[in-house]
Design a protein around this ligand. Structure first.
Ligand code: URA
Length: 434
C-alpha cells in the first residue's frame, strides 16, 4: 500500500477502506508517513469529505493508536460526560458529585484549559495538594470506593489524534466536521465509558459558533459513538454568554461549591440538570426524565453531592475544609469594578471576550506550556436580560497586576452590549439528540 495512492483516491472522491485508514494512521503515528503527505490527505478530506464508515474507521484507528482504558474493574454502568469547551464551564465539578452521590460511577479523564476556554484539571488544582496524576489502579480504586475520580489525560491517549490535530492546526484543516468529530470521539472512546453524554456548546464563546454547526457536530459524534457500541446523547447548550457568573479557576471553584450548596446561578444549573438527567437515565437509575431530575435535585437539597465532592477532594490529596470553607482558598490581590455607562438592559456578553479578559489576567494559557495564575478572573455581576442603571457594577475583575487589570477592563467593556428594549430570554438548552 502506498500513501500516494490513498491521497489520489481521496482526491477523486472515493471512499477509503478500513485497512487503508489503519495503514495511514499507523504509518503517520510511527513517523513512516511524513507530515506533507498527511497534510495533503487532510486537505483532500476537507474537499471530498468522508462517509459514516470511513469516519468510524478513522475514529477507531486513532483510539487504538494508544492506551484504551478498560473500566471493567469498576462496578456498574460507567457514564462519561464531555463538553466541547466554553467560558465559565465548571459543570463537571457539580455534575460529577451529584451523579456519584446517586451511586453512579464517574470515571473521568479531563483536560487543561487552552486559549479563552478553561479546563477541569486546572480548576481542581485550586485545592492545595490535589493530584490528578493517578495511576490506573488508583483511579479504578477511587471510583469503586468514592464513586468518582478525575484524572488528567494519560500521555498515551490517542497519540495519533494529538499528532494529527497539531498538523491540522497549521494546515487550515481543523474545520471539517468528520475530522472534528473523529478527533473528539477517539479520545472519548479511549476513556472507556459505557455511555457518553456530550455537551455541545454553541455561540460566541464556543468552538461551534452557530446552532446549525453545533447540531451537525452533535449528530456526527452521536453516530460515531453508537456505531462504536456506546449509549450516546448530545445536549446542545448556549455559550453566547459565559456560563454562570464566574470565569477564572478559583472563582469557578467557589461558584461550583455555591451550586453544591443550592445557590448555583439558574443558567448554569439548567445545563447541569439537562446533562445529569441523561446520565442518570443511561445508568438505569431512573425511568423518566422527571424522576432523574428529581433525584438529582435531592442530592443538592440533602447535601449528599457537597459531601461527595469533599470526599473526592480528600481522596485525591486535597483537604475537605476547602470545600466547606471556600473563602480560605487563595485570592487575587487586586479587585476592580467595571462600571456601566448606559441605561437599559444587557443584551449580550461576548463570552470569547470575557474568556480573553481572563487570559490577559494570567488565568488562561496562550500556549500549551504557559503557566497560569489560578486566582485571577472575572465575576459577572450582570448577565444577559438584566436591567442596568448608570454606575451599576457590570463585572468585577480579580487580578494580581494593575496593567493586566486595565487591559481586562477594556475587554470587558467591549464584551457587554446594552440596549433600550428588554431582550427576549434565550433558552440554555437548545435541543437533545440521541
Ligand atoms: N477539539 C478536538 O479535540 N479536536 C478537534 O478536531 C477540534 C476540537
Amino acid at each position: 500500500m502506498r500513501m500516494y495512492d490513498l491521497i489520489n483516491k481521496k482526491k477523486k472522491g472515493e471512499a477509503l477502506t478500513k485497512e487503508e485508514i489503519e495503514f495511514m494512521i499507523t504509518g503517520f503515528t510511527n513517523g513512516e508517513i511524513p507530515d506533507y503527505q498527511m497534510s495533503a490527505m487532510m486537505m483532500a478530506i476537507c474537499f471530498q469529505g468522508m462517509n459514516d464508515e470511513e469516519t468510524l474507521n478513522l475514529t477507531l484507528a486513532m483510539r487504538d493508536s494508544g492506551d484504551v482504558l478498560d473500566l471493567s474493574a469498576i462496578e456498574g454502568i460507567k457514564v462519561d460526560k464531555h463538553s466541547t469547551g466554553g467560558v465559565g464551564d465548571k459543570t463537571s465539578l457539580v455534575l460529577a458529585p451529584m451523579v456519584a452521590a446517586l451511586g453512579i460511577p464517574v470515571a473521568k479523564m479531563s483536560g487543561r484549559g487552552l486559549g479563552h476556554t478553561g479546563g477541569t484539571i486546572d480548576k481542581l488544582e485550586c485545592f492545595p495538594g490535589f493530584s490528578t496524576s493517578l495511576t490506573e489502579e488508583q483511579f479504578y480504586q477511587n471510583v469503586n470506593q468514592v464513586k468518582m475520580a478525575i484524572m488528567g489525560q494519560t500521555a498515551n491517549l490517542a497519540p495519533a489524534d494529538k499528532k494529527l490535530y497539531a498538523l491540522r492546526d497549521v494546515t487550515a484543516t481543523v474545520d471539517q466536521l468528520s475530522l472534528i468529530a473523529s478527533s473528539i470521539m477517539s479520545k472519548k472512546l479511549a476513556a472507556g465509558a459505557d455511555a457518553i453524554v456530550l455537551d455541545v456548546k454553541t455561540g460566541n464563546g464556543a468552538f461551534m459558533k452557530t446552532e446549525e454547526d453545533a447540531v451537525a457536530l452533535a449528530k456526527e459524534m452521536v453516530k460515531i459513538g453508537k456505531n462504536a457500541g456506546k449509549k450516546m446523547a448530545a445536549v446542545i447548550t448556549d455559550m453566547d454568554q459565559p456560563l454562570g457568573n464566574a470565569v477564572g479557576n478559583v472563582l469557578e471553584v467557589k461558584e461550583a461549591i455555591l451550586a453544591l450548596n443550592g445557590l448555583g446561578p439558574k443558567d448554569f444549573m439548567d445545563v447541569v440538570y439537562a446533562l445529569g438527567t441523561q446520565m442518570v437515565l443511561f445508568a438505569e437509575k431512573a425511568k423518566t426524565e422527571e424522576e432523574a431530575r428529581a433525584m438529582l435535585e435531592e442530592t443538592i437539597k440533602n447535601k449528599t453531592a457537597l459531601d461527595k465532592f469533599a470526599e473526592f477532594v480528600e481522596a485525591q490529596g486535597g483537604e475537605k475544609r476547602f470545600v466547606y470553607q471556600p473563602e480560605i482558598l487563595p485570592r487575587a490581590g487586586i479587585v476592580m469594578e467595571v462600571i456601566n455607562t448606559e441605561e437599559g438592559y444587557v443584551s449580550k456578553i461576548k463570552a470569547e471576550e470575557i474568556g480573553l479578559a481572563s487570559l490577559v489576567l494570567g488565568g488562561g494559557r496562550a500556549t500549551k506550556d504557559s503557566k497560569i495564575d489560578l486566582t485571577v478572573g472575572v465575576l459577572l455581576n450582570k448577565k444577559r436580560g438584566d436591567k442596568v442603571k448608570m454606575g451599576d457594577v457590570l463585572a468585577t475583575i480579580f487580578a494580581n497586576d494593575m496593567e493586566k487589570a486595565k487591559e481586562a477592563y477594556a475587554k470587558i467593556v467591549c464584551a457587554y452590549e446594552v440596549q433600550q428594549e428588554e431582550p427576549n430570554p434565550v433558552p440554555m438548552i437548545k435541543g437533545i439528540l440521541k
